[in-house]
Design a protein around this ligand. Structure first.
Ligand SMILES: NC(=O)c1ccc[n+]([C@@H]2O[C@H](COP(=O)([O-])OP(=O)(O)OC[C@H]3O[C@@H](n4cnc5c(N)ncnc54)[C@H](OP(=O)(O)O)[C@@H]3O)[C@@H](O)[C@H]2O)c1
Length: 271
């Protein structure tokens, strides 16, 4: 089995490691370089992985290196790691907004680089991850990367790096859009007279049920909506109100703003 080193043992690394271990990856083949004693102890006791204070020791024999530090730390961490990567492992960066070209420059080499954009529901193994590489990965390497991220949820590959910015606007920021809708529905459910706990339970389970139905039925969201919208009924009254107030345009503007922000962040790291 391949050995996989994580540089940075924080929230996202913990999610991926937790999912991998739950899906049968050998924890002794997972190596984590991270500076704090507390983080190393937590990872070793929660998952049984090997931990290192020295990043070079963590990556020495790794087939895959996952860069999971904050974007602002990435340049410093990657440049100091580069001399320990002469064995050319696959590099996976989960950092938002750092383009492949910047990583190539900091690594000073010709390693296969994958960008991965997971999201926070990865914490409950219900994430959605967009992946991009311009390297030609051998099939077994591609399958290894797939299995790492499938361990935390749904995955998809995009063909162009620019589309990672769209992934950020859709699934990276997307959980917050649904939280915002839930927040509004829960508040209004209480205004309509339901007790707080009932309002929260109804809204949460409606969101879960709608999502499961859309995933499991294979029917499009548009068709499911039409199926539950009887002419002249209550749902139609609500949907008409959303549409008259320009719901789709509101989402278009919001998600385009997220793409614009992701592009600006990428440019900052490219300069
Ligand atoms: N959280 C998300 O939902 C999410 C989603 C998509 C992408 N990402 C990306 O994931 C990356 C990590 O985010 P996060 O949320 O996991 O952040 P985080 O919880 O703050 O974790 C960052 C980790 O980096 C470690 N670190 C700091 N300096 C280091 C160094 N010199 N060498 C090795 N490790 C070092 C810290 O180690 P200690 O704990 O040992 O101090 C910390 O555990 C970011 O680039 C972010 O853009 C996160």
């Amino acid at each position: 089995m391949s050995s996989i080193a994580f540089i940075g043992g924080g929230n996202m690394a913990s999610c991926i490691i937790g999912g991998m271990v739950a899906n049968g990856f050998d924890p002794q083949k997972i190596l984590v370089g991270t500076p704090s004693d507390n983080t190393r102890q937590r990872l070793a006791s929660s998952f049984g992985v090997k931990t290192f204070a020295d990043n070079h020791a963590a990556v020495a024999d790794a087939d895959v290196v996952v860069l999971a530090v904050k974007p602002k730390m990435m340049r410093e961490v990657v440049e100091s790691l580069a001399p320990a990567l002469s064995h050319q492992p696959i590099i996976i960066s989960v950092a938002a907004g750092i383009p492949v070209a910047a990583l190539e420059q900091w690594l000073d080499g010709s390693m296969a680089i994958v960008r991965a954009m997971p999201n926070t529901p990865s914490m409950v193994q219900s994430g959605a991850t967009g992946l991009y590489t311009r390297a030609t990965l051998p099939l077994e390497h591609r399958q290894l990367v797939d299995s790492m991220f499938e361990a935390i949820g749904y995955i998809c590959w995009v063909e162009e790096e620019a589309l990672i910015d769209a992934v950020i606007a859709v699934s990276g920021s997307g959980p917050a859009y649904f939280f915002l809708v839930l927040e509004a529905m829960q508040k209004i459910a209480q205004e309509l007279g339901l007790p707080k706990q009932t309002a929260e339970g109804l809204c949460l389970h409606t969101a879960l049920g709608a999502s499961r139905m859309a995933i499991e039925s294979g029917v499009t969201a548009a068709d499911l909506r039409k199926q539950v919208t009887s002419p002249g009924g209550t749902t139609q009254a609500a949907i008409n109100s959303f549409q008259q107030q320009g719901l789709e345009d509101m989402f278009r503007q919001a998600m385009t703003s997220a793409v614009d922000r992701a592009q600006t962040m990428s440019k900052d790291f490219s300069s």
